[in-house]
Design a protein around this ligand. Structure first.
Ligand code: BMA
Length: 330
């Protein structure tokens, strides 16, 4: 290990070694998908979901579109990060305070992220409130979930919290959007003194070329390293057959995370496998969470495939950073 990673050991995290002979910086779990589309009876699809270490095991918030094609989020637990018990019914958000009750009528929720911060697990998701915006809530136990104020006005997606305050403020990436299938998308950074009022918005990065030419959005919670914040993100290109979602990485300044130091020009992983190319939305690999074992740098990225199932890919933080530096175009 050359890079120092801020975080804990997760000795029991899911892991497979890089296949013999592979040169890939990131490689897929041989038993993908980890979560089939119909793990619970009401689900049409389970994808774009967030997993964290929890009490020596694992817990998560899962996007489960139901068989009426409502987009809702469910909680789940697992001993090994591979075999999951997902609650049969969606999360019922409890208003954190009387004012939040004014906005707590649930319309839809999707693409959750989960972030351990201070003393609780914060959840951000794309929350329907007169269009998509960033919902914010928290849980201590993955049983009861409390809702806070939405972070922004509509329209916004891909709200991703940092795992610690930066310069004394909570920090979040987001990607302003529209009310449809948004043909644009730039990552912004915002800060908050209280997890309610968000401001001091800073531009981070635009789409540029190739696999990330249409739009980009933050993926898993940023990983703090001695080289900067490692951000795994998704990038989209518009093909003659529609959008194609791949993943890449960027290294950001530790104190000013809106400053991009390196950014992958080639992708890290693109939809190649049948389960990424065939499903409700073809050609989607959409990362929402990463488990990192700080002592070894082992990394397990959870990503949604084809808007249908949940998959895993493995790498080392060192290797992603080396690849990002060597193949950078900011
Ligand atoms: C985005 C979101 C994601 C989805 C992607 C591809 O706008 O809805 O949940 O994975 O489109 O359909």
């Amino acid at each position: 290990m050359r890079v120092k990673i801020v975080g804990s050991a997760i000795p029991n995290m899911p892991w497979q070694d890089r296949p013999a002979g592979s040169q890939d910086v990131i490689w897929r779990y041989s038993n993908n998908p980890v979560i089939p589309r119909n793990l619970i009876p009401r689900a049409n699809s389970i994808f774009n979901s967030a997993v964290v270490p929890f009490n020596g095991k694992f817990a998560g918030v899962f996007r489960c579109d139901d068989r009426a094609r409502n987009m809702v989020i469910h909680s789940g637990k697992s001993d090994d990060g591979l075999n999951w018990t997902i609650q049969p019914d969606p999360i019922q958000l409890i208003p954190d305070n009387p004012r939040v009750a004014e906005i707590s009528q649930f319309v839809y929720g999707y693409d959750p992220r989960v972030c351990w911060l201070d003393d609780r697990y914060y959840v951000t998701w794309c929350n329907g409130y007169h269009g998509p915006t960033i919902g914010v809530g928290y849980t201590h136990d993955f049983e009861k979930f409390y809702q806070l104020e939405n972070a922004y006005l509509p329209f916004n997606r891909n709200g991703v919290l940092f795992p610690r305050k930066i310069n004394g403020k909570f920090a979040m990436f987001s990607r302003p959007s529209d009310n449809g299938h948004t043909p644009f998308g730039t990552i912004f950074y915002s800060e908050s003194p209280d997890m309610e009022h968000w401001g001091c918005h800073r531009w981070v990065m635009d789409p540029n070329t190739g696999w990330q030419s249409t739009k980009i959005g933050a993926g898993p919670i940023p990983i703090e390293t001695s080289e900067g914040w490692l951000l795994i993100y998704h990038g989209v290109l518009t093909s003659c057959n529609g959008y194609v979602y791949s993943m890449g990485a960027a290294l950001l300044d530790l104190d000013k995370p809106w400053q991009v130091i390196y950014r992958t020009h080639p992708y890290l992983l693109a939809p190649w496998e049948a389960y990424e190319c065939v499903g409700d939305v073809p050609n989607v690999a959409f990362p929402c969470a990463a488990l990192v074992d700080a002592p070894t740098g082992r990394t397990a990225v959870y990503y949604g495939a084809a808007d249908t199932v949940t998959c895993l890919a493995f790498s080392y933080v060192d290797d992603i950073i080396e690849f990002t530096k060597k193949n950078s175009r900011v």
